[in-house]
Design a protein around this ligand. Structure first.
Ligand code: B12
Length: 253
């Protein structure tokens, strides 16, 4: 089993020692970081510190050196955010600090987006994506959108705090058969169900599919909300969208 001492960055080791108190989370985080290469651990450290300039620099350097964009995203940017999330939950840090970390992560994602989005293939389908009403979290949704575009989907991004009416208007104007909803708050998760209901009431439900995701959302909850599919992460979002669009698995991811 990997040990804390296997992580090649003193700052990150200190963060884990000081802030990750739950044994299961500590084991998970140590496993995640000990398999990552030094450049990625340093990148994660910059996300944790909320240093957008260093994140910008380290992401650009890593990509230039040929490290895969997905690896930079998973082992650097998302790994950093995992520690930030736990510190936030346990009240070690507050909204202003988390915002700095989120902005730093966005700096990194700005380099990754064009790589993941360039596919040069015919669109395989159209998707509408939005974070549900009352919810301002968009990092996960944006990652899903990047990978969807990279896989050849055309995506209309409705942004955050999207009302059922906005989803419906977009559906009518964009002619997409798949609508993806993201929710990060237990208080906003039920708005997924309200959006599905609004589509049913407008007589639009029969000819389209809903996919749902976001950290607190489970497959059971998505089902309860009337969703057609659930995805746990951005890669699954693509797999699910392909399934809903009837794209065969041999197609490009
Ligand atoms: C960053 C963050 C913020 C930032 C958001 C910045 C931004 N632009 O997004 C800011 C500071 C603004 C913020 C604000 C708040 N936050 Co906040 N935030 C977070 C944090 C730390 C990380 C979320 C994140 O980006 N994760 C990284 C991404 C990559 O993961 P993800 O979103 O889960 O997405 C992945 C999958 O879920 C999936 N996915 C996502 N969407 C979809 C959609 C589909 C269709 C599919 C298939 C898949 C899919 O794919 C993604 C990529 O792999 C989380 C903690 C956490 N660990 O989740 C808290 C957290 C979500 N926040 C929380 C809270 C309480 C708040 C506030 C209420 C705080 C406050 N007191 O004001 C406000 C609410 C504002 C609002 N109205 O929305 C709580 C929610 C608790 C709860 N039970 O509801 C959390 C869990 C922290 C905690 N543990 O207490 N937050």
């Amino acid at each position: 089993m990997p040990e804390l001492s296997d992580i090649p960055n003193e700052f990150v080791r200190g963060e884990i020692e000081q802030f990750i108190e739950r044994e299961d989370e500590r084991r998970h985080i140590i496993k995640l970081y000990s398999k990552a290469r030094l450049e990625m651990v340093n990148l994660a450290a910059a996300v944790i510190e909320g240093d957008d300039e260093i994140v910008d620099d380290l992401t650009a350097t890593a990509l230039k050196e040929g490290i895969d964009a997905i690896e930079v995203m998973d082992d650097g940017l998302i790994a950093g955010m995992a520690i930030v999330g736990i510190k936030f939950r346990e009240n070690f840090i507050y909204v202003p600090e988390v915002l700095c970390c989120a902005l730093a992560m966005k700096e990194g994602m700005a380099h990754i987006e064009p790589i993941l989005s360039e596919s040069g293939i015919e669109p395989v389908g159209k998707v509408i994506m939005g974070t549900v009403r009352g919810d301002l979290h968009d990092i996960g949704k944006n990652l899903c959108i990047m990978l969807l575009r990279g896989a050849g989907f055309e995506v209309m991004d409705l942004g955050v705090d999207t009302s059922p009416e906005q989803f419906i208007d977009a559906y009518k104007s964009y002619n997409a058969k798949i609508v993806g909803m993201s929710a990060l708050l237990t208080t906003t998760m039920p708005n997924m169900g309200k959006t599905v209901e609004a589509f049913s009431e407008a007589g639009l439900r029969a000819d389209m599919k809903f996919m749902m995701g976001g950290a607190p959302v489970t497959p059971e909850f998505a089902d309860e909300m009337g969703g057609d599919a659930y995805g746990d992460n951005a890669m699954e979002c693509v797999a699910v969208a392909k399934q809903l669009a009837g794209v065969t698995s041999s197609s490009k991811t």
